[in-house]
Ligand binder design. Sequence first.
Ligand code: BGC
Ligand code: ZN
Length: 372
Amino acid sequence: MRAVAAFPADRTMRVVDHPEPRLEREGDALVEVLDVGICGTDREIARFEYGSPPPGAPYLVIGHESLGRVAEVGPAVTRVKPGDLVVTMVRRPCGHPECKACTRGRQDFCFTGDFTERGIKGRHGFMAERVVDDAGYMHVVPAHLREVGVLVEPLTIAEKALIQVWDVQERLPWTPAGVPPGSGHGEKALVLGAGPVGLLGALALLARGFETWVYSLEPPDGPKARWVESVGARYLAPPGTALPDLARRIGNVDLVYEATGAASVAFRALEALGTNGVFVFTGVPGRKAPIALDAGVLMRNLVLRNQLVFGTVNAGPDAFEAAVDDLARFHARWPAALGALVTGRHPPEAAPALLAGPAAGIKEVVSFAGAR
Ligand code: BGC
Ligand code: ZN
């Protein structure tokens, strides 16, 4: 069967004839892949700056943002059934008995770093016609979300971030009257970056009632800005708004959700974080020249404003469940805007060129559905 693979030895991306996967354990399910999203991580793998094939393998089948349809299940599987649409989780445990995270099924917090990730680190991914995995890693997506289900995995980044934000903000000894826990009503959130992770994060914040701003470099009269305003958030961009103006434009910034991977933007925006605010880093910066920043100002603000900064990667089962629920909510409230995030579907043969070319569109998808 066809799969899209990265060959580190000659640094090429190719469509390969990969062995058919088969059910191996009683808890396995076989999935016909429909859509696989392309993200910045895949582009890094295609530049051979990140990722690794399974031990001894000449190539890595890429792809970690997937949507597929269950075709066959092992005798012990009750979680999914043939015909179900599913998204499969990315990370697998490190296997070290002393890893408190992995032994509890929370490899998204793995201590040892010896975890594997499908399509990224030491394990083949989902950009293939069919895949097999333990059904315990699969999350069912309602049938009506077929066209947007590929957005579940990138949305899990925001969901894991928000789950942690509710936990850390329990430190604030007041509950807004009449507002359920986990609500952003009356709070101000700033999203940095207007890629898929940023825009999906903005929807997650809006859906919880946050007053939401998106800061990005695209022009304020462009399609990204129009999309942001169409869902009810506000768009800020230079030169109209420079990074040091953010706090003046917004007021007390309660939450910053960083989704740029650009240290120069992120740390300047950290200066705009408000009193009792939380700043969440999700972007992984590439190797760039060091940047200058006034660490004294940042430290002063952290202390005198009770601020909290954390980073977050990957996602656990709770974030996957939340992402499926939220995607259904977004689909009901913003059907056109949500659909517009998927800007292109391409056959697998187009993947190597797509990965090598400049990032175009919002979420470009490799689709295996056309071949069936
Ligand atoms: C994926 C995560 C993964 C991370 C680091 C991201 O693109 O969404 O699942 O943990 O890359 O490899
Ligand atoms: Zn671990």
